[in-house]
Every structure is written in C-alpha cells, then in structure tokens.
Write a protein that binds this ligand. Structure first.
Ligand code: NAD
Length: 271
C-alpha cells in the first residue's frame, strides 16, 4: 500500500496501462500499482490485459477507491488487438495522454545461449519488445494530435545487468532503444518517451513465479534477493508506480529519452 497523497497530479488525463492485471499473489504487481496510483492522481485508466479477469480485478480495486477505470482484453503482441486499444481509447475518451507498456514475460525455455530454445526467444521478443512497438505505433497518432503525451516503457535492470536469460535481457535492451528512438522521433511533437528499469521487486510475478520455478520457499527467495540490493531490501510495485507517475505527469515535461533505474542502487554497483 502507498499512502503518499498524489491527488490532482494527473487530473483530467487518460492513461492506458498494458498489463494492468497481475500474477495472483499477496503483493501488488507493477501494472496494478500503476493503474491504482494513476487513478488516485485523477486519471481515467484503461486497464489492458490478455486475461480479462485480471484486468477486471484491477478495475474493481480502482473503483473501490472511487477512481475511474475500464477493463479491456487484448493480447498486445497481436497487431489488431494493439490497434483496438487505441481505437477504444479514442472512442471512449477522445484522447490518450499516457501509455504504459508494462507487459513482460520470461521463463519457459529462456536461458543462456547454449540452452535457450528458438521458440522461447521468438515468444519473449514478441511479447516484450514487438508488442510495445505495436501499441506505441497505434497510439502515437492520437497522442500527437493532442500535442502532449507520455509513453513509459517498463524495461528491467536485466537489460543492462542481467545474466542467463538471453531472450528476456535482449528484449528489455531493445525496449531501452525503442524508448530513445521513440523519444527522439517525437521530441518536437510534444510526446515524451521514457523507460523504467525495475530491479529486484517483491511482486507476485517475481516471488511466486520464480520460487515455484526454482523450488525455493518464497521467504528464502526474498532474503536472497534482498541481500543483492545495496539498500538491503527489495522494491515493490509502488516504487515502480511512483516513478511512472512522475514521468507521466507534467512535472517531467522536459524529460524524454531517459532510462531510469528503480533498483535500490543495484545498477550503480559495478565490479
Ligand atoms: P505481472 O506478470 O504480475 O503482470 C503482467 C500482466 O501482463 C499479467 O496480468 C499478464 O496477464 C499480462 N500479460 C502477459 N502477456 C500479455 C499479453 N501478450 N498481452 C496483454 N497482457 C499480457 O507482472 P508485473 O509485476 O506487473 O511486472 C510487469 C513488468 O515489470 C514486466 O514488464 C516485467 O518484465 C517488469 N519487471 C518486473 C520486475 C520484478 O521484479 N517484478 C523486475 C524488472 C522488470
């Protein structure tokens, strides 16, 4: 739970959060935290997820707090679904101010070059990188017409400091460059684009998913991950969401093309 008062910081803005559902578990995911925080800040939030029930769960949580949100089912790696996200935003709200590309997957055949499967490489690149390009391409004309917009790509510290997850790392490194390239191409049009590189976060995707995969107890995994962070503890979905809120807001109106680590200092440690 984040109890920082953010009211009014995204007043009257329309935000799309792709991957706004979350892996079930006891803590909040990055996408769900962003949807909740953006709504608390005054935005209307389109919560997109491949799994409609997950998107609806986030919308329910937003509405419970008095916020405005709607759920939309879409597989962001499919061009028609990506275009439909932009169409629904335009038909429902007439504008898009903020787009978050938060969908990200890993596992399932990913690994070091010697072991990775071709199927895993293609699947992870499609869902993590190509999908972000597709949704960005679909939404940009609407954002450009509005003359103002903020795109936030949820990359990962693994894009610059990962190991043994070739497809995940390469897809997120591609996302960093997608961010810079989009930022430069849109700089004169009023649309900004930045990336967030979360480090080790205590989200269900990371803890529940990875502890099951490795056969390690969740609390043991938490302790192992915390020990790797200079600040001595993991981050949460709220840490990602607060960074995203800043980049989404007009407070960041002169910031574009930045890849911002949210990692407790992990990326700063070299050697
Ligand atoms: P999550 O898995 O809980 O939520 C992601 C949501 O995306 C899920 O609800 C899932 O159903 C949805 N999704 C998956 N494929 C989709 C598709 N093709 N189309 C539409 N929706 C799809 O994850 P999260 O905690 O919200 O984290 C999300 C992002 O943060 C990912 O990009 C991940 O790589 C990044 N990240 C997380 C950590 C961490 O430690 N949790 C660290 C670094 C980066």
């Amino acid at each position: 739970m984040s109890d920082i008062d953010v009211s009014g910081r995204l007043k009257d803005k329309v935000a799309i959060v792709c991957g706004a559902g979350q892996t079930p578990g006891p803590t909040v995911g990055n996408g769900k935290a962003m949807a909740l925080l953006f709504a608390r800040a005054g935005a209307s939030v389109i919560c997109v997820d491949r799994d409609l029930e997950r998107a609806e769960a986030t919308v329910g949580a937003v509405r419970e707090e008095g916020g405005d949100a709607l759920a939309l089912a879409a597989d962001v790696s499919k061009p028609d679904d990506a275009q439909n996200i932009a169409n629904v935003a335009l038909e429902t709200f007439g504008r898009i101010d903020v787009l978050v590309n938060n969908v990200g997957i890993g596992g399932g055949g990913d690994g070091p070059p010697k072991h990775i499967t071709e199927e895993a490489f293609d699947r992870i690149m499609n869902v993590n990188l190509k999908a972000a390009m597709l949704v960005t391409k679909a939404c940009l004309p609407i954002m450009e017409t509005g003359g103002n917009g903020s795109i936030i790509n949820i990359s990962s510290l693994a894009s610059i400091a990962g190991a043994n997850m070739l497809a995940y790392e390469v897809s997120k490194a591609g996302m960093n460059r997608l961010t810079v390239s989009t930022a430069l191409s849109m700089a004169k049009k009023g649309v900004r684009c930045n990336a967030i590189l979360p480090g080790l976060m205590d989200t269900p995707m990371a803890i529940v998913g990875i502890s099951e995969r490795l056969g390690v107890e969740p609390d043991e995994l938490r302790a192992q991950r915390a020990a790797r962070v200079p600040m001595g503890h993991m981050g949460t979905g709220w840490d990602t969401a607060h960074a995203a809120l800043f980049l989404a807001s007009d407070e960041a109106k002169f910031i574009t093309g930045v890849c911002l680590s949210v990692d407790g200092g992990q990326g700063a440690r070299t050697g």
